[in-house]
Design a protein around this ligand. Structure first.
Ligand code: IMP
Length: 198
């Protein structure tokens, strides 16, 4: 596997996490490459991750850059919401909502749910495509619960609401290194790299 890996994402939070995670595996995150927009309309994380990975792989081929690409699709599944928002996590409540509005909506939707039933999990599916066009996968899951209010100002997305199992702090109250010790993304990347190096 080449040392430089291109990520099919413009999400600054994800890119920062991947750069740090890849470095722990001795790999480097390649520059952000613009590629034609893909509509993330697959029914599951794997389908969406594959759409993004294939689009970036095609673009790099077009530019004559042989490289490994990875794409992640992830989401949060809340038991009291019957597993929602899941694959629609980035669009929960509508695309027009700001992230603080989206988190406020989740807190509102869970207002009547007692602590014991506020269980949730982050899921991450990674698709990697190597220089030869072979596809690999890595899956990661982290269980936890949804806090009663927003806490912390680190991370991104649902981090201020999510308390991983065995912790009292939300991901947004932790350093990036601490989050990576249990994060769904770190676990998925670990699995993907193991599959690609096998
Ligand atoms: P994607 O970019 O289509 O994969 O959207 C996934 C969405 O899930 C993100 O926009 C976030 O809302 C949420 N999400 C995934 N991973 C995390 C995380 O590590 N922290 C907080 N929110 C996350």
């Amino acid at each position: 596997m080449s040392a430089q890996i291109f990520l099919a994402s413009t999400n600054a939070g994800k890119r920062a996490e991947f750069a740090a995670l890849l470095a722990t595996h001795g790999l480097e995150l390649g520059a952000k490459i613009e590629y034609p927009d893909v509509e993330e309309n697959a029914v599951d994380y794997l389908g969406n991750a594959r759409l993004k990975a294939e689009a970036l792989h095609r673009e790099l081929r077009r530019r004559g850059i042989p490289a490994v690409v990875i794409a992640d699709d992830s989401g949060i599944e809340v038991d009291a919401l019957a597993g929602a928002p899941g694959v629609r996590s980035a669009r929960y409540g509508g695309i027009e909502l700001s992230w603080s509005q989206r988190r406020a909506l989740m807190l509102d939707d869970l207002a009547a749910v007692p602590d014991a039933l506020r269980t949730a999990r982050f899921q991450c599916v990674l698709v990697g495509i190597d220089e030869a066009g072979n596809e690999y996968r890595g899956l990661g899951e982290t269980r936890g619960r949804i806090a009663r209010g927003e806490r912390g100002d680190g991370g991104f997305g649902y981090d201020p609401l999510f308390v991983p199992e065995g912790e009292r702090r939300t991901y947004a109250e932790m350093s990036a290194e601490e989050k990576s010790e249990t994060s769904h993304r770190a676990r998925a990347l670990h699995a993907l790299i193991a599959a690609m190096r096998r």
